[in-house]
Design a protein around this ligand. Structure first.
Ligand SMILES: [Zn+2]
Length: 486
């Protein structure tokens, strides 16, 4: 029912051998503690480099056997869909061939099915409830480090379910990234542009996002993990401590987690709960929080949105919860959620910018306006939500229709100028071009989707209102009047 480490490895090897145009397999730089190789599979099709990466990992906790299987099967499903042009059908949720094509043509999807092969082997041969890796802890009778407490985010701060005792199931290890298995994950984050990261665990039917060590707040930017000592083997110890997160990122995590749980519910009705890690229990040193923390600890790093899945329900026994006799349906739910996560990483504007303009400066300028101006007001955030909602249905149209894409590229170039120069004016020519594009897009994707139609209409009304205004006036309008304010 579950693949051995050798079976997982031979499946990723087969994918890379049979379909080299879609799959590349890489051996990660470090062997496991017991000397096993660890492999990453990269899925992509089409041309173009400099893509956003999505990194999906499994097997962190050995006994959670379902997820490495789900991850290799997801790779197979995506490859089959791309090769044959067929839809991926998971129960009541269908991912069209077009959805899959868009994911594989715009993103690099990195999958490490099992980061902890020693642990998986140990669970399948010796101890079905083993959680950690197989590190020998000198001077103790206990083995293993919890690989989801070993990353450099408040490492060694024993808040909640985190311990400095080698015999604990949540042992942090002798140092941050002391373990080759976690260093392999860090290596991918260091060397690839990972926009979205998911560490797939079991069980509880949850989709977790930062933070794990404290509850979130968006009012006091001074209260940040970077100000706290690490390696203390004591709790945070600051009364009332809450971790800062920008309003924009909080909104983004909620939006994406909401779409993941919707995609899972559509399969067969399982209701996963989206919440912060802390809402489950406090942790430090987790891989998904680490992934998201990197750009804060070091502003030179790009931002990575980090998630943890907890697949499958609590069953009658721990064995049945961690490795149910038949995990088929749980894996199907998980795969649907992971495709939703990948899909949410696509940016239609990146698509236009890189594919048609051959640069991303305009997109970056607009992103700055979004994060530094729009995200700060209620009306502005409503516009962001609208754009994020409409972006996905229009992306495949722009990918396929060169005439529409050329119009979009021209508008994007103008919008980039407006974003960088407050004296620029939104002229009649651009307004007409924009309205023309919106009419075409509506004809192509509004017909069968009422929500898209409504959103595109709101953008058309906005363009009429902004016609002839300066960029400063445009920004004022966008931050004070939302899509529903008439
Ligand atoms: Zn776990």
């Amino acid at each position: 029912m579950y693949r051995t480490v050798a079976q997982l490895d031979s499946l990723t090897a087969a994918l890379a051998n049979w379909f080299p145009q879609l799959c590349t397999r890489t051996r990660l730089p470090e062997r496991s503690v017991q000397g096993r190789d660890v492999y990453a599979l990269r899925l992509r099709s089409g041309t173009g480099t400099n893509r956003r990466g999505v990194l999906l990992i499994g097997g962190t906790h050995s006994r959670e056997l379902m997820n490495p299987d789900a991850l290799v099967e997801l790779a197979v499903d995506l490859v089959v869909s791309r090769l044959n042009g067929t839809d991926v059908v998971y129960g009541g949720r269908t991912w069209s061939a077009q959805d899959v094509r868009l994911i594989l043509e715009t993103l690099d999807v990195w999958i490490v099915p099992c980061i902890n092969p020693d642990g998986r082997h140990h669970v399948m041969t010796v101890d079905g409830m083993w959680r950690k890796n197989l590190r020998d802890n000198p001077g103790t009778a206990c083995d293993g480090v919890d690989l989801n407490r070993n990353a450099a985010i408040l490492w060694g701060v024993t808040e909640g379910q985190t311990s400095c005792s080698p015999c604990s199931d949540v042992y942090v290890g002798p140092g941050a990234f002391s373990e080759p298995e976690t260093r392999n994950v860090k290596h991918l984050l260091d060397t690839q542009t990972i926009h979205t990261f998911a560490d797939v665990h079991s069980y509880s039917e949850l989709v977790l996002y930062p933070w794990g060590h404290a509850f979130n707040q968006s009012t006091n930017p001074a209260q940040r993990f970077t100000t706290l000592p690490t390696g203390t083997c004591a709790p945070i110890g600051v009364s009332g401590y809450q971790e800062y997160i920008t309003v924009r990122d909080q909104q983004r995590f909620e939006t994406v987690a909401g779409r993941i749980v919707d995609a899972i519910a559509a399969v067969r009705g399982r209701a996963y709960t989206p919440q912060t890690g802390r809402a489950l229990y406090a942790t430090t040193g987790t891989q998904s929080d680490y992934a998201y923390s990197r750009h804060i600890a070091d502003p030179a790093q790009g931002k990575t949105y980090g998630f943890t899945f907890e697949t499958g329900p609590r069953a009658a026994t721990l064995e049945e919860s961690f490795h149910p006799a038949d995990p088929t349906l749980i894996k199907r739910d998980a795969k649907s959620g992971l495709i939703a996560l990948a899909q949410q990483s696509i940016c239609a504007f990146d698509l236009i910018g890189l594919k048609l303009l051959g640069r991303r400066s305009e997109v970056d300028a607009l992103r700055t306006v979004r994060d530094e101006a729009l995200a700060k007001t209620e009306a502005g955030r409503e516009w962001i939500t609208l754009i994020e909602r409409v972006e996905l249905p229009i992306a495949p149209v722009l990918l396929d229709d060169e005439r529409l894409a050329a119009k979009a590229a021209k508008l994007l170039a103008h919008a980039g100028q407006l974003a960088t120069d407050t004296d620029q004016q939104f002229g009649d020519e651009e307004a007409d071009l924009g309205l023309d594009l919106l009419r075409d897009l509506d004809a192509r994707c509004g017909a069968e989707d009422g929500a898209v139609h409504t959103d595109l209409k709101a953008v058309s009304a906005l363009l009429e209102r902004l016609r002839g205004r300066s960029s400063a006036e445009m920004l004022k309008h966008l931050t004070t009047q939302g899509p529903r304010d008439g």
